[in-house]
Design a protein around this ligand. Structure first.
Ligand code: UTP
Length: 279
């Protein structure tokens, strides 16, 4: 059973400067909740209640968010404002939170490796909180992926079809269709130009990884900008036939940039806030 979910949250968030100068990108609110809270809710709904967060300098707000604020609790106790804290209280009582710091921001692969002491030798999920995923029709995206992991027992990565002109923003896969919306991954390219892309199936910020990934990341040479990419380590797993890509059901908003963030905000306002499901 997978219980652990890792949130790499040490990145600089440069696309959202200056908002992210002194505040973590993962704390940007989408309507009334910070991005990371949506991610933790999705993890808990999937049965993952051991939350591990890779933070960095200037990210202490993340730890404070997942803690009791006694003064606030005292202030609103017994008032009609208590309803605003119902959701976050549930997370605090049902999840454990552990943290480690990435001291040098050497890429997503390196951030995941930094989380190794919190994960140990077991399969785990990874959520990039700036990809906000929702499915109004049924299971959340991580729940869908955990079910697949239980069936296939190998690394599962979430993919989505993107505009062929935008492949240079993503890791892109090539694979063989093995079931409904399921591909066994054969090849993977990090941020290919449209003419070099093997498909328009792009990797988004949800993964279930088997623990052998850590040694594979260790063997990965830094690429562009000295960053260690996760794609290279995944590629090695894929060569052994152990990576399945899943075209998930639901929507994904890239909240790392202004456009996706605004779309997510409008979506959550209409579907959660106005309908009273936002807490
Ligand atoms: P991004 O590619 O979105 O990078 O990282 P970023 O630094 O957060 O944002 P921009 O591109 O500068 O605007 C994807 C995820 O990996 C984490 C980020 O926090 C984000 O959740 N990450 C990235 C780390 O934890 N450490 C790193 O060294 C790099």
């Amino acid at each position: 059973m997978i219980k652990k979910c890792l949130f790499p949250a040490a990145g600089y968030g440069t696309r959202f400067l200056p908002a992210t100068k002194a505040m973590p990108k993962e704390m940007l609110p989408v309507v009334n909740k910070p991005l990371i809270q949506y991610g933790v809710e999705e993890a808990l709904d999937a049965g993952l209640n051991e939350i591990s967060i890779v933070t960095g300098r200037g990210k202490r707000a993340l730890e404070d968010h997942f803690d009791i604020s006694y003064e606030l609790e005292n202030q609103i106790k017994g008032t009609d404002k208590e309803k605003y804290l119902v959701g976050i209280r549930r997370l605090l009582s049902e999840c454990s939170f552990s943290y480690t710091r990435q001291t040098e921001m050497k890429g997503l692969g390196h951030a995941i490796l930094t989380g190794r002491p919190l994960i140990g030798d077991e399969p785990f999920a990874v959520v990039l909180a700036d990809d906000l995923c929702v499915n109004l029709e049924g299971d959340g995206v991580l729940t869908q992926m955990v079910k697949l992991y239980n069936q296939y027992r190998c690394t599962i990565i979430a993919i989505q079809e993107v505009d062929p002109q935008e492949t240079n923003k993503y890791g892109v896969i090539a694979g063989d269709l093995i079931g409904d919306d399921l591909y066994r991954v054969r090849n993977m390219v990090e941020k290919p130009a449209p003419e070099d892309a093997p498909s328009n199936l792009a990797i988004i910020g949800r993964y279930i990884l088997t623990p052998d990934i850590f040694e594979l990341i260790k063997q990965t040479e830094p690429g562009k900008g000295g960053e260690i990419q996760i794609t290279d380590a995944l590629m090695k797993q894929a060569q052994n036939g152990c990576v399945i890509a899943y075209k998930f059901k639901g929507k994904r908003f890239d909240c790392g940039g202004a456009e996706g963030y605004i779309e997510a905000t409008n979506f959550c306002f209409e579907n959660f806030y106005k309908t009273g499901k936002a807490y």
